[in-house]
Ligand binder design. Structure first.
Ligand SMILES: *[C@@H]1O[C@H](CO)[C@@H](O)[C@H](O)[C@H]1NC(C)=O
Ligand SMILES: *[C@@H]1O[C@H](CO)[C@@H](O)[C@H](O)[C@H]1NC(C)=O
Ligand SMILES: *[C@@H]1O[C@H](CO)[C@@H](O)[C@H](O)[C@H]1NC(C)=O
Length: 228
């Protein structure tokens, strides 16, 4: 490969910004490089909402944007559940238990929503979830602890969440920049969710997030039936 071709590929894969005042090099890598986009239909989007209210009172889907909201005193999604209230997209039909999987979506959280999980990977061998990403006062946290990113109210941001089940690792990118990495909680029946799910503490009465361009990827080339 000639070096000019090599440089061109480097420039496509990495877009780097040199910030002189704090001497910090920010590189945004396309987190989906090497992954295959799995085509989705509406059947892949199951909506969970408080069991006693009609869908249109907690969810809308207009102009490509899904808007999901819930109130602190809402019922859980199932009469037999004792969990906190939620209105969430549950990615259906793409549960996984091995390999490397990725969720991508553009999220928007209005100022005022606090203590709500907006993205999660459900399932694990220890506990109910692999990762929970919550918004508290415009900041994103891993559960209620480590800070993942700040200043997320009232703007669209891209979330890429990569789960390497075989390597036991979860990585979070916001707007193409890696913000957080942690171990997972072991394999299980795993699936992605987004929307609003109330935390046990410090929740605002009204919780909302919006999502567009949700995509699911799997690492490597997919082998379709009939292909070698
Ligand atoms: C969707 O688009 C239509 C036409 O541009 C606009 O009138 C409407 O307000 C939009 N709805 C939302 C929820 O943005
Ligand atoms: C959210 O809204 C409140 C009340 O209007 C305002 O004081 C606060 O600065 C806003 N926060 C952000 C992060 O925009
Ligand atoms: C929840 O609120 C309490 C009391 O205001 C505070 O001490 C605690 O740090 C808050 N927790 C989070 C995760 O914001």
């Amino acid at each position: 490969m000639s070096s000019s071709k090599g440089n061109a590929i480097f420039l496509i894969v990495f877009s780097c910004l040199y910030i002189s005042n704090n001497l910090y090099l920010v590189c945004s890598i396309d987190p989906t490089t090497g992954f295959t986009n799995i085509p989705l239909t509406e059947a892949n989007f199951e909506i969970q909402r408080p069991y006693d209210v009609p869908l249109e009172e907690r969810y809308s889907y207009e102009n490509g944007t899904r808007r999901l909201w819930v109130y602190a005193d809402d019922k859980p999604h199932d009469p037999n559940s004792h969990t906190q209230p939620r209105t969430e997209v549950r990615i259906q039909g793409l549960d996984y238990s091995s390999g490397v999987w990725q969720f991508e979506g553009y999220g928007f959280v209005p100022n005022g929503t606090s203590g709500a999980t907006i993205v999660q990977i459900h399932g694990a061998s220890h506990g109910a979830t692999t990762i929970i990403l919550r918004i508290y006062d415009g900041d994103m946290r891993y559960y209620s602890s480590e800070l993942v990113d700040t200043g997320l109210y009232d703007r669209w941001f891209r979330v890429n969440l990569i789960h390497d089940v075989d390597g036991g690792k979860v990585t979070v990118f916001i707007d193409g920049v890696q913000k957080f990495e942690t171990h997972d909680q072991g394999p299980g029946d795993l699936y992605f969710k987004c929307g609003v799910y109330a935390a046990p503490k410090n929740i605002s009465y009204y919780m909302e997030s919006r999502w567009r361009d949700i995509k699911i990827y799997k690492k490597g080339r997919m082998i379709y039936p009939g292909e070698k």
